[in-house]
Design a protein around this ligand. Structure first.
Ligand code: GLU
Length: 502
């Protein structure tokens, strides 16, 4: 990069909820930019709105970033020269800058009561005007102001936005954006309890932490003129600003938690791979020059530039994420996939949580080739293969009977299939998918039935379901003893005819 200064960028979440794909999209783009340019990626926790803090969300922020590999260079738990990185630990700093703004006349104390502000808002609403402070306290006489201060009346500190003129900034992705000052509210900077609002704390920290590029979601655009004014009033150079394209749902509504934007940790629990999620999110509002869709993290870092970030809305398509996840699953080394599947089998209650017996790990390893091409997410695996881990298969015996077959016909076919399978039972190495396949095709021929019908009956007998991984490979993994026991059980179930069987 020709820029002599290494970029310093930040992800500045508020711990007011669990991070969803939209939040982490912002984090990812900042991280990619820092990694591409050799800059620094800073995590700062904006916890000034103490009432809105959601328990567990801070841990979820760390966990989400770490799961995706978005390690931060400075911030909580790792430290750094510009700490503390929690805004709640920096209150005196904000206060001193607010006092400075008051002293220079760029901010003022406002003593208006909640009742007065509520009345004002109601009147503005009735007139269909946007809610805005009417600057009553901005025009108090110095004597009156002093009197109320001495009387100990509670107050907030507000930004004294110029009444005329415009405030603009050059957005990195959208060009110049201009706001009429007359339409900007006199933003509260310090609340009556002494805590700063987002606007003041954000600007002060971005300055003190030497942030070079403020890259954030488009919902902050309307805040930026207030920030630009604050930089000016404090006598600081503003960083560069870039607001990422809005993320939309498939039906073109703004993507939000309420409209189905999943939490990152929910994606993990559903069995998405971090590398697929990173790749998918990177393509929301950014594309490499050659429009390739599948890019490893290293390739993303190599190719990511702000010049290629668009301004047009990006559509969050969950089907594309599924496709991409399936793709990444197919690319994994089988041993790697087996390792990643273990917690999903544990969550499904199919293997123990602690000290998984080696034969169970070996079983997962052996069934991976049966499912690797078929699953889109890791949770699909236990759902598709639970019958390997339990012998108490529950199914309606009627399902054993192929369409148009009688019970006797099915019983006869299953018995002959059983004999046929038994011929390969010893030694167990003979119980191979190809041999079983060939032998049972011959049997279907002899019986003059369709292979699909015979195999369908066997599939239910062996797996308890009508849709399952390839039948003969499944039998081979189960081994002769368990396979034959299951066919025997099916025969008994059908022969006893207890449940309603056609
Ligand atoms: N705390 C804000 C948030 O929760 C940060 C916005 C910004 O990046 O300036 O997203």
């Amino acid at each position: 990069m020709s820029d002599p200064i290494r970029p310093r960028v930040r992800y500045a979440p508020s711990p007011t909820g669990f991070p969803h794909v939209g939040n982490i999209h912002t984090a990812l783009f900042n991280w990619l930019f820092a990694r591409h340019t050799g800059g620094r990626f800073i995590l700062r926790i904006e916890d000034t709105d103490q009432d809105r803090i959601v328990e567990g969300s801070l841990a979820a922020i760390y966990e989400s970033l770490r799961w995706l590999g978005l390690e931060w260079d400075e911030g909580p738990e790792v430290g750094g020269p510009f700490g503390p990185y929690f805004q709640s630990e920096r209150l005196p700093i904000y206060r001193s800058y607010a006092d400075q703004l008051v002293a220079s006349g760029h901010a003022y104390r406002c003593f208006c009561s909640q009742e007065r502000l509520a009345e004002l808002r109601a009147a503005q609403e009735a007139r269909k005007e946007p809610p805005r402070y009417d600057r009553f306290c901005r025009n108090l006489s110095p004597a009156e102001r002093e009197r109320r201060l001495q009387a100990g009346e509670p107050y907030v500190i507000r930004l004294a936005v110029p009444e005329t003129g415009e405030t603009s900034f050059d957005d990195l992705f959208r060009g110049t954006i201009t706001f009429q000052n007359a339409l900007i509210d006199d933003q509260v900077l310090i609340k009556s309890d002494g805590w700063p609002t987002y606007h003041l704390a954000n600007v002060v920290d971005d300055h003190l932490m030497e942030i070079t590029h403020v890259l954030r979601g488009d919902e902050w655009i309307s805040s930026t003129p207030k920030h630009v004014l604050l930089y000016r009033f404090l006598g600081w150079d503003a960083p560069l600003f870039g607001h990422f394209p809005i993320l939309l749902t498939m039906s073109r509504a703004k993507l939000s938690k309420r409209r189905g934007a999943p939490d990152i940790l929910e994606l993990r629990a559903k069995g998405y791979l971090p590398e697929a999620v990173v790749n998918f999110l990177a393509l929301l509002g950014w594309a490499p020059e050659d429009k390739t869709e599948v890019l490893s993290c290293a390739e993303l870092i190599h190719q990511f530039t702000l010049e290629r970030v668009g301004a047009t809305p990006a559509i969050y398509n969950p089907e594309k994420l599924d496709w991409m996840n399936g793709y990444y699953i197919r690319q994994l080394a089988p041993e790697d996939l087996a390792r990643r599947l273990v917690p999903f089998y544990q969550d499904a209650g199919l293997i123990p949580r602690d000290s998984v017996p080696p034969e169970m790990l070996a079983l997962i390893g052996r069934l991976v080739p049966l499912i690797q091409e078929r699953i889109k997410t890791l949770v699909d695996a236990p759902a598709l293969t639970d019958f390997f881990f339990r012998d108490d298969l529950v199914y309606d015996p009627a399902q054993l009977m192929p369409k148009g077959w009688t019970r006797e016909q099915t019983l006869d076919a299953l018995r002959q299939a059983r004999d046929c399978l038994a011929r390969f039972a010893a030694p167990p190495e003979r119980f191979q998918a190809e041999s079983l396949d060939e032998a049972l095709r011959q049997l279907a021929d002899t019986l003059q039935v369709k292979t699909g019908q015979l195999f369908g009956a066997l599939r239910v007998a062996v797996t308890g379901r009508t849709i399952a991984p390839p039948l003969f490979q499944t039998m081979a993994v189960l081994g002769p003893t368990r396979t034959l026991a299951r066919v025997d059980r099916a025969i008994n179930l059908l022969a006893s005819g207890t449940p309603a069987v056609r």
